[in-house]
Design a protein. Structure first.
Length: 254
């Protein structure tokens, strides 16, 4: 089955599910069957496609299965397909769109690092998902531009979480949130620290649960919530996302 997905797209769609009416996604699609399904699913979710680039080539995809508990397991990918050959470059219209947004989100899977200084200069706030990436050189390249960093840290000790978070804070990131799967999430801005527990979930598929957490957190933050209730909102949406197949549904026979 095809399922639409990808970190930044998941966050956009799931933020709309979390209550944000005005959400846009900017990205590159290929011109194959999976790309056509992703675009159709974006439209079905009510997002505009006016910021999409459509190019000749294979759409990004990952191959995924489930273990006995319903947790998703990655089997491989095409490393972003055409996206790793054609970087998403910002022009004046893009930067105007970015400047009008309350929050801009991207990730280590977007191949957009060279544009982050321009994006940050135009954006009111910029968040970025490092996933499991902890390479010091990469953190040093990206972290100075961020208002908020997200990372995946399942199985890490509290000491390791604190060390990782403070490395990012020292590099210039405003705040750090590390999701920990069933163990919940850790958040700090250097002055405050929160441990958010996970919530009970009917687990059908954990694909996109971390992105749902980010979406819920950002939606609450944009609406004016403080960190603690925003983290709780993130946990609620992560639990909900475990109950449907794929990151946000829309299966299609492969």
């Amino acid at each position: 089955m095809y399922y639409p997905g990808g970190n930044a797209l998941n966050v956009a769609v799931l933020a709309r599910c979390a209550g944000l009416a005005a959400v846009d996604y900017m990205g590159i699609l290929g011109n194959d069957a999976p790309a056509a399904h992703v675009e159709a699913a974006i439209r079905a979710e009510g997002l505009s496609t006016h910021l999409l680039r459509r190019v000749q080539g294979e759409n990004g995809l990952a191959r995924v299965t489930h273990d006995a508990s319903g947790d998703r397991v990655f089997l491989g990918s095409n490393r972003g397909g055409i996206r790793r050959k054609l970087m998403l470059r910002m022009d004046a219209d893009d930067l105007d769109e970015i400047g009008g947004a309350a929050f801009v989100h991207s990730s280590c899977f977007s191949y957009i690092e060279p544009e982050l200084p321009r994006i940050r200069a135009a954006a009111r706030a910029l968040s970025f998902d490092f996933s499991t990436e902890q390479d010091p050189d990469y953190l040093g390249l990206v972290a100075p531009h961020l208002s908020l960093a997200f990372l995946s840290g399942s199985g890490l000790s509290i000491m390791h979480l604190r060390d990782l978070a403070h490395r990012l804070l020292d590099l210039g990131t405003g705040a750090v949130c590390i999701t920990r799967g069933a163990e919940g999430a850790y958040w700090t801005d250097g002055a405050q620290e929160y441990l958010q527990p996970s919530l009970p979930a009917e687990v059908r598929d954990t694909m996109g649960a971390g992105d749902a957490f980010i979406a819920g957190y950002l939606a609450a933050t944009i609406e004016g919530a403080a960190p603690a209730p925003a983290l709780a909102r993130g946990a609620e949406h992560a639990a909900l996302a475990c109950s449907w197949p794929g990151a946000w549904g829309h299966p299609h026979p492969a």
